[in-house]
Design a protein around this ligand. Structure first.
Ligand code: AGP
Length: 613
């Protein structure tokens, strides 16, 4: 998730772009860059100085010494290629006459860059974006206009993108295209702008338009023309925006946590993108392990903290069931103090959204000492864990600002499910047809999560009905157990209510003593493996006066009749169910926290990244 901006017809394009990039910084800031249309052609400056990248770009760009009217800018959240100046956008073609900024993922970039290199193009970055500049270069060399060349390029690329392109051949023109990744255009007298998000446009646009998937926009000073990929002119969709800048950064949501929960369908589909072949195989070339190394693995350890640990617990079920590998899962802060038995045939998987959590990093170093193979699943490219591990599988959730993990947690589970299926494919513990069928079900998850999010008002009603309760139990069995743990953690950390997560079968060994009339028990009661046993556990707590809220599959009247209230979710493969079932629990925690008047983005005593032991 990156921030992109473009302007034409400005009195000072550099200042406009810098202001816009600052407003888009919440989309990522590991590096930044701009390309300006000067009297001598395109002038590009880039910097990769972390949080000061935009400031560094401004300082470098000031050296131009005179104002220009048009240009594009980018603030980056790395997905392909580490954060570095070479990988920072804009990217240029070989001639330096075309510049491109991009947000999204070009799925077939490896194939295209091999092809372009064989034709003699010189690619200078590790990004998926650079191929776009060279494909457009080819089109223009064949006599196409900038727009024509962009159109031809779009026929070649696959994936998610919001693109803005300029060429020194047509200095007043910006050409943009969208597939999935958002893009908006702003028009005012004598000026026009493009951006990945509304905050960048708010100050200058008198009218704002949203580009739809499969649309291409040509933007001149004061003028916008939108067409379909086939070239038919279409009427752009106008947006009524009366947000403040802060509201715009949250896309109108009350807080980042709400925004990030609603981004989950997109985050899942980005994490799946390019990792499954059309023939129904999992492709994880990027992990840097070769298949022979992975075939040697005899045992897997997963180490993580908090929500990442809960994602790891789900992976244990998936890896054991599909890949038939023994898995141990450890709280990272305990791992290295218990003398774990590790060797070179052990795969240690560190799970961490930040890639910086000290407990997890130290656990991985312990495993490195014993020569284990280290794989990290993280959301931050080039984080400490990503650098130290032998292999990395990135989640592509984009920056998460709310302290409570939501979209990173869901994408961790997706990445771990992909890993489990990949190992199963490699070890032959699943037939190719079984892998292909599971891939189909994985691909259906974004839509299922979207359905749950659309039920938010029903979840809010349930939350309000128990807003005066102080004691909550979350119970589940099998993969419902990690979901219960995550539901309880979400509630604790943002609403400060007492919430215990338990494997439902364990209640009778002690915790059931705490159940009394008025206690709320939230049961993860979707139709996974031990549903009937869980129903018996629900009966036990009901008999002691608990109010039971169940997460249940649409239409499951049998479950609904056994409990007091239901949070409905669509059904999926039992081992994928946590991805769907945890979402109403995030919403429940969110609405309970709001009902108690808490700031969900900044819960007390917590930090987003914990770099102390
Ligand atoms: C989750 O909502 C928490 N904020 C926290 O438990 C978090 O998951 C934990 O600190 C691990 O962080 P990491 O994924 O960055 O390693």
């Amino acid at each position: 998730m990156c921030g992109i901006a473009g302007v034409t017809g400005a009195s000072d394009a550099l200042q406009y772009l810098i202001d816009s990039l600052f407003r888009l910084e919440y989309r990522g800031y590991d590096s930044a860059g701009i390309a300006l249309q000067t009297s001598d052609g395109i002038w590009r400056v880039r910097a990769a100085t972390g949080t000061t990248s935009i400031k560094s770009v401004k300082k470098l760009a000031d050296e131009l010494g005179y104002p220009v009217a048009a240009g594009i800018g980018h603030t980056r959240w790395a997905t392909h290629g580490r954060p570095s100046e070479d990988n920072a956008h804009p990217h240029l073609d070989c001639s330096g006459r075309i510049a491109v900024v991009h947000n999204g993922i070009i799925e077939n970039h490896v194939l295209l860059s091999d092809e372009l290199a064989a034709e003699g193009h010189e690619l200078t970055s590790e990004t998926d974006t650079e191929v776009v500049a060279h494909l457009i270069e080819d089109g223009m060399a064949d006599g196409l206009s900038l727009t024509g060349a962009v159109r031809r390029c779009l026929e070649r690329i696959r994936g998610h993108y919001a693109l803005v392109v300029i060429s020194s051949d047509e200095p007043e023109l910006l050409v943009a295209a969208r597939s999935v990744s958002p893009l908006v255009a702003g028009i005012s007298k004598g000026m026009a702008t493009l951006a990945s998000d509304i905050p960048a446009l708010l100050s200058h646009a008198t009218e704002i338009f949203a580009l739809e998937d499969g649309q291409l926009a040509e933007v001149w000073p004061g003028k916008l023309v939108v067409s379909s990929l086939a070239g038919d002119t279409v009427l752009p969709r106008s947006l009524q925006v009366n947000w403040t800048l802060e509201e715009a950064k949250r896309e109108g949501f009350e807080d980042y946590m709400a925004k990030e929960m609603h981004e989950q369908p997109r985050a899942i589909s980005d994490t799946l993108l390019g990792r499954m072949s059309p023939q129904g195989r999992i492709i994880l070339d990027e992990t840097r392990f070769d298949d022979d190394e992975l075939r040697e693995v005899e045992k897997v350890f997963v180490v993580a903290c908090g929500s990442s640990y809960h994602a790891g617990l789900v992976a244990k079920y998936a890896l054991e069931h599909w890949a038939r590998l023994p898995v141990e899962i450890d709280i990272a802060s305990e791992f290295r103090y218990r003398d774990p038995v590790l060797d070179s045939r052990t795969l240690v998987v560190g799970v961490s959204q930040s890639g910086e959590t000290l407990d997890t990093l130290m656990a991985m170093r312990e495993a490195a000492y014993w020569n284990s193979k280290l794989l990290v699943i993280t959301n931050v490219v080039d984080s400490s864990m990503a650098r130290e591990a032998h292999g990395v599988l990135y989640t592509r959730a984009g920056p998460e600002i709310g302290v409570a993990a939501t979209k990173t947690h869901l994408t961790q589970m997706i990445a771990l499910e992909l890993l489990a299926l990949y190992l199963a494919q490699l070890r032959g513990t699943l037939y190719p047809a079984e892998v292909a069928a599971l891939i189909e079900q994985l691909n259906a998850l974004p839509e299922k999560v979207q359905h749950v999010l659309e039920e938010e008002s029903a979840v809010k009603e349930v939350a309000l009905s128990v807003a005066s309760v102080r004691d909550f139990f979350f119970i589940g069995r099998h993969v419902g157990f990690p979901v219960a743990l995550e539901g309880a953690l979400k509630l604790k950390e943002i609403s400060y209510l007492r919430a215990e997560g338990y494997p439902a079968g364990e209640l009778k060994h002690g915790p059931i003593a705490l159940i009394e009339p008025g206690t709320v028990v939230v049961a993860v009661a979707t139709r996974t493996r031990l549903w009937d046993k869980l129903m018996a556990n629900i009966a036990e707590v009901k008999a002691r006066g608990a109010t039971v809220i169940a997460v249940a599959n649409y239409g499951d009247q049998e479950t609904a009749e056994a409990v007091d209230q239901v949070l409905w979710v669509p059904e999926t493969n039992p081992l994928f169910a946590p991805v769907v079932d945890v979402v109403p629990l995030q919403l429940l925690a969110y609405h309970l926290a709001k009902a108690h008047g808490h700031d969900v983005d900044h819960p007390r005593n917590l930090a987003k990244t914990v770099t102390v032991e």
